[in-house]
Ligand binder design. Sequence first.
Ligand SMILES: Nc1ncnc2c1ncn2[C@@H]1O[C@H](COP(=O)(O)OP(=O)(O)OP(=O)(O)O)[C@@H](O)[C@H]1O
Ligand SMILES: [Mg+2]
Length: 269
Amino acid sequence: MSLLRVAGLSKSFGGLKAVDDVSFDLEAGQLLALLGPNGAGKSTCFNMVNGQLPPSSGSIRLDGQELVGMRPRDIWRLGVGRTFQIAATFNSMTVIENVQMALVSRERKTFGLWKPAGSRYADEALALLDQVGMAADANRACGVLAYGDVKRVELAIALANRPRLLLMDEPTAGMAPKERNELMALTKRLVTEHKIGVLFTEHSMDVVFAYADRLIVLARGKLIAEGDADTIRNDPRVQEVYFGTGKTFQPHAPLHEAAGGHQGQGALQ
Ligand SMILES: Nc1ncnc2c1ncn2[C@@H]1O[C@H](COP(=O)(O)OP(=O)(O)OP(=O)(O)O)[C@@H](O)[C@H]1O
Ligand SMILES: [Mg+2]
């Protein structure tokens, strides 16, 4: 059974079909990239999977369990996590306190009752920080960390909830190529080890082609292609959506830059 099975998923806003009969599967331990030009429906898909937005129709199953109709918090309790959504208090706490707080939240499965974590979960928090290469920085204030290190702590926080499925919206936005590759290599290693499925959007093609196990492409709400990097790179419909006919993918350049000068297709996300 697939970890995530999306079937016939649709969402209309008034007369606009933002997501139109989309179906795909995601297996545990896999990274699935969700691509498409601006307005393709990527965020709308994400928001339906995490329960923020009710679908107009369709089904979203996690290990066979229907998520449609459930509240976001209940979906989170089942192990659907999001990275890069950090608490407002993040900067005022140390690295280890942030991870401890996430562990306490996992225990209570409610953010409303949070009290200072104190020394609870210190060992487990340190073990998580070790996995993301941040154990030596455990007692530093998060407010002083470099951007790439914040991303590592965010990953530790996401893992604290023992997610089965992680939703990552542009995980490497704003990062330099070297940091970007390090973060994705780390993510790939951790999700493989923990058998977590990852659904991510990403505008940088080097990341997508290097790290995604499979890719799906949306255009105007419809799924127009799916497959591995080679399949997607060579798909004429995908090339047409991004570049107009006759153009080919440039896998080592961020697509929105590669597409510079072409009108109307927008940046890839
Ligand atoms: N709450 C809303 N109400 C009305 N229309 C919406 C709403 N949210 C999204 N849309 C529309 O639905 C379509 C899909 O939007 P969505 O944000 O899912 O695209 P996206 O693929 O994430 O785009 P981007 O790459 O720009 O982030 C767009 O036309 C958008 O304007
Ligand atoms: Mg979006």
